[in-house]
Design a binder for this molecule. Structure first.
Ligand SMILES: [Zn+2]
Ligand SMILES: [Zn+2]
Length: 122
């Protein structure tokens, strides 16, 4: 199985503490107060709220890392959907290549879904 490594860096918003102190007098900022679902009358002066950017763990994933991790499944998904559409079109138009297309796409779809489903179980 492919190892997924995560390079975490300290969250810029809370300086790695996990607690937002970006409001005035070390209060939590408005954005984080909103993320913590506080009622509007408490938005201004709340201390020690969870940092809304990192969810309170003080670490954040670099954006590129997130992109890389999402890219694979996204591509696989697009590929599968694309192939399904292609096969349905061929079936609809009663293309003479239908059986070849079907064999070709089912092989790919099988590989892709097999890969993702088996990797999820582990
Ligand atoms: Zn943070
Ligand atoms: Zn904040």
């Amino acid at each position: 199985m492919k190892e997924i490594t995560v390079n975490l860096h300290d969250c810029k918003h809370c300086n790695g503490s996990g607690t937002c102190k970006n409001g005035k007098d070390d209060c939590s900022c408005l954005a984080c107060a909103k993320k913590n679902d506080l009622p509007f009358y408490r938005l201004d002066n709340s201390f020690g709220l969870l940092c809304g950017s990192c969810g309170g763990i003080g670490k954040a994933e670099p954006l590129t890392e997130r992109m890389n991790k999402r890219m694979g499944p996204m591509l696989a998904f697009t590929l599968v959907v694309g192939l399904l559409i292609l096969v349905s079109c061929a079936a609809f138009l009663q293309s003479s290549f239908f059986s070849e297309l079907l064999a070709f796409s089912s092989a790919i779809i099988g590989t892709v879904s097999g890969y993702y489903f088996s990797s999820k179980e582990k």
